[in-house]
Ligand binder design. Sequence first.
Ligand code: FCB
Length: 468
Amino acid sequence: MGNTLPEIGAGPELLAGLPAGFRWGVATSSYQIEGAATEDGRTPSIWDTYCRVPGMVHNGDNGDVACDHYHRMPEDVQLIKSLEVDTYRFSVAWPRIQPHGGGPVNPKGIGFYDRLVDELLAGGIDPWLTLYHWDLPQELEDAGGWPARDTAYRFADYAMLVFDALHDRVRHWTTLNEPWCSAMLGYHQGRQAPGRQDFGAAMHAVHHLLLGHGLATQRMRAADPDADFCITLNMSQHEPATDSLADREAARREDGLAVRIYLDPLVHGRYPADVVEDLAARNVVLPVQDGDLEIISTPIDTLGVNYYFTSLTSGVAEDGSTVDSDGNPVSREVRLGRRVTEMDWEIVPEGFTALLTRLARDYPGLPMVITENGSAWADEPDEQGFVKDNDRTEYFADHIAAVSAAVRAGADVRGYFAWSLMDNLEWSYGYAKRFGLVHVDFETQVRTPKASAYWYRDTIRRARAAHE
Ligand code: FCB
C-alpha cells in the first residue's frame, strides 16, 4: 500500500494501556465473501435458500459470486498482508466440508482452507478459524435445524473433520459466531436464514447451539489440548431507558436473553434462574438433558466479543401498554439520540467500554478478543476508485480508544479485529451496506483499500512501536 493519509482520531489515549503482543486483525465470513456457491461439491446452505425467498434479501442479492474470494484467495491474502495485521479471522463453509450436511470430508472443500491456511502462514499471518458463521447445510435445516438436538452432534462431527485436517497449523478455533443471531434472528424474528418465527424454537436453538459448541470444544480439546478455543458472542450493554420498574425489568430480560443465557452456562455451567422463569411464563422450557451443562461449560480460552452499537430498553410500548398483542411483556429499543451509521445503528463507543468492563467483572478470568467491530457508510469512490471514508476511520478510532479505556480499567482484552477486510454480502441487506476497509467493485471485483485501511495499518504500526 502507498502513502499515509492525514491522521484522524489519533488522540493520545487511542492506544494507551494496550499490552505488548496485542493482536490486530481483520475478519470475514465464508458466505459473505467466497462465492463459488456450487463449486467443488459445495451444496446449498440455509443462506442460499433464504436469499431466494422473494423479499427477504435486499435487491434479491445472494452469495453466488460475492467477492469471488474462492478464486482470488492468494490475491486477498496479499491484501491482508498489506494491512500489516497479524491475524486473519475467517470462517469455514460447512456445506463445502460435508456436502448435503453429512458424510466424510470432501477433499476439494477442505483443500481450499488448507491452501488458505498455508498462504496465510507463508505471509506471517495467524489464521483464526470460525467453524460456524451461519451457513448451515440446508439438509440439516430440513431435518429440524438448530431447534433439533441432533444438529449439535452433527456440528461436533463436522468440527472434528476440520480440526483433524488443520489443527497442525491453526491454533485459534472459534466454534460459533453470534449464536444470538442464529437463534433470535433466524428462528424467532425471521430476519435471517432460515427465516422462521417461533420463539420456543429459537430457545431450543439457543440450547442446541451451546451444546454443539460444548461437544465440539470437548472433542477438539481432547485431540489437542494446546489449541486455543473460543466462542464469539455479539453483545451490548442493556440499560433501562428510565428508572421505572417496567424499564428496569425489560432491560434485565434483554440482558438475560442476549448476554447471560450464553455466558452463564458457558462459564458457570447453569442457566440464569430469572431467564428460566421468564421463559416459563411464556411456556418455554429449555430442552436441557442430564450432563448437557457440564458439556457446555467445557473450558474455553478466549471469549470473542462482537460489538456494533448500544441502545436503551423500555418495557413500555409507544401506546403506554406493558404487554404486547400476545400477552408477553414489552421490550422496546429506545434511542440515545446519537449519530447513526448506514445500518441505522447508533454510534456509542462508551457503551463498548461499559460492556467490556462489565464482562470482566461478571465473568472474570476469561480473556477477551474483539472478533468484530466496524461500521457501514455510503462510500463514494472517486474516479480512481478511492474512498475517503473519514466516518469509518473515526468510528474505528473511537472504538479502539474505547477498548483501550476498558483495558486501563482492568478488562483483559488481547486483540481487536476490524469488520471487515472488504465490502461483502451484508446478509439481508445484500451488497448495499459496505463495511470494508477495502472497497470492492462488485462488477469488476477490483479491490481498492480505502483511507481507513491506511489509517488502520498506521495505527497498528504505532501500537507495535509503543512496545519496541
Ligand atoms: C455481525 C456478523 C457479521 C457482519 C456484521 C456487520 O452480526 O457477524 O457477519 O454481518 O454483523
